[in-house]
Structures are given as structure tokens and as C-alpha cells.
Design a protein around this ligand. Structure first.
Ligand SMILES: Nc1ncnc2c1ncn2[C@@H]1O[C@H](COP(=O)(O)OP(=O)(O)OP(=O)(O)O)[C@@H](O)[C@H]1O
Ligand SMILES: O=C(O)C1=C[C@@H](O)[C@@H](O)[C@H](O)C1
Ligand SMILES: [Mg+2]
Length: 174
């Protein structure tokens, strides 16, 4: 089974992915983490040293490598992955994709204390975060909405969301 989790920064792709993989007894892969292992640099260092465009190239290569070589996983993609190249088509061809959906206000409240590890928003003043996310999500949401399944994640616990995904997608439990 190949499952990918899609969504904006802070929607819980990494957190839900870990829990889901544990419940389904499969491997958890985090695209950001694999990029960091591959380059031996943090995502923040890559943005600083290479810039976003070259980061997106590496992200694409690591994504293709996963899809070409692994056959059983829960994959948390990056928040921006679906928006570049034809990544979203590739993700939909090769995996069951699930969009973890939340509104800008919810995401900004969650991200306000976690800006620094996320180079897309690290430079923003707290009072500008909501407006930035609203515009950014508007630009990205059509890509996210191409996912095979969509689930609203607001005010739900990690375990509630994982159970909802397992039943919605009818994922086999081993
Ligand atoms: N359902 C939830 N309930 C409460 N807190 C959550 C939930 N899901 C995630 N979180 C918390 O929200 C924060 C962001 O989650 P996470 O890092 O998993 O998001 P992400 O989608 O992987 O973000 P990014 O795209 O930046 O990697 C973390 O502090 C995490 O612990
Ligand atoms: O939303 C984005 O563009 C990003 C999200 C993270 O997962 C990382 O891939 C990086 O911080 C960029
Ligand atoms: Mg993550």
C-alpha cells in the first residue's frame, strides 16, 4: 500500500503519518526528512544556501526516487511538493493521496510558535502570518484538492484523524 499525506505546513502530515504507519504496521517516510538525510543539511540551510528553486529540484528527485523504489509506505510530502513540476499527478498516479484540510486561521494559530523551522514563513512578523497563509493557501489549494481523499482536520486529535483516514480510505489493518 502506498499512501501520501498532502497539506499546508502545520496540517499534521508528519504527525499523522507517523501514527498511521504505526497503526497500519508499515513504513513512515517523511519527504523533508529524506531530503535532509540525502543532502546532510536542514531544510532551512537548503533554502538559505541554494534558494527555493534548487530546493524544489532536490525535492522532486527524492520524491521520484521514493515512488520508483518503495512499495509499501505512508509518505508525508512537503507542504509545497504538490505545487511544483507535475508532482501532484505523479503522487496521484502512484499513491492514494489524502489532503489534510484546515483553514488559514487554524493553521496560523498552530504555526505561530513553529515559524522558525519553516523557511517559507520564518521571516514573517506574527501579525502578518494569517494574511500570508490565507493568500498562500489560496494559491495552493487547487493542487491539494486534487487529492483522492480529503479530510477536515480541525480540532480533531491525532488518533481521531488517523482512525478517520483508515475508515474513509478503507486501508487494510495488519
Ligand atoms: N491533530 C493534532 N492535534 C494537535 N496538534 C497537532 C495535530 N496534528 C499536528 N499537531 C501539531 O501541529 C504541529 C505541526 O504538525 P506537523 O509538523 O506534523 O505538520 P506538517 O504538516 O508535517 O508540517 P510541514 O509541512 O511544515 O512539515 C506540530 O507541533 C504537531 O505536534
Ligand atoms: O510549504 C512549503 O513550501 C514547505 C513545507 C515544508 O514541508 C518544507 O518542505 C519546506 O519548509 C517548504
Ligand atoms: Mg512535516
Amino acid at each position: 500500500m502506498k499512501v501520501s499525506l498532502i497539506g499546508y505546513m502545520g496540517s499534521g502530515k508528519t504527525t499523522i503519518g507517523k501514527e498511521l504507519a504505526e497503526k497500519l504496521k508499515t513504513d513512515f517516510l517523511d519527504l523533508d526528512k529524506l531530503i535532509e538525510n540525502h543532502t546532510k543539511k536542514t531544510i532551512s540551510e537548503l533554502f538559505k544556501e541554494l534558494g527555493e528553486i534548487r530546493f524544489r529540484k532536490i525535492e522532486r528527485e527524492v520524491l521520484m526516487d521514493i515512488l520508483n523504489t518503495k512499495s509499501d509506505f505512508i509518505l508525508a510530502v512537503g507542504g509545497g511538493t504538490p505545487v511544483y513540476y507535475d508532482n501532484m499527478n505523479l503522487i496521484n498516479e502512484e499513491t492514494i493521496s489524502i489532503y489534510l484540510r484546515a483553514n488559514p486561521k487554524f493553521l496560523s494559530e498552530r504555526l505561530i510558535n513553529e515559524k522558525l523551522s519553516r523557511p517559507m514563513i520564518a521571516h514573517l512578523a506574527d501579525e502578518d502570518l494569517l494574511e500570508f497563509i490565507a493568500k498562500h493557501l489560496f494559491e495552493r489549494r487547487n493542487f491539494y484538492e486534487e487529492s483522492n481523499f480529503k479530510i477536515d482536520i480541525q480540532f480533531k486529535s491525532v488518533s481521531e484523524i488517523s482512525e478517520e483516514i483508515i475508515h474513509l480510505v478503507d486501508l487494510p489493518q495488519r
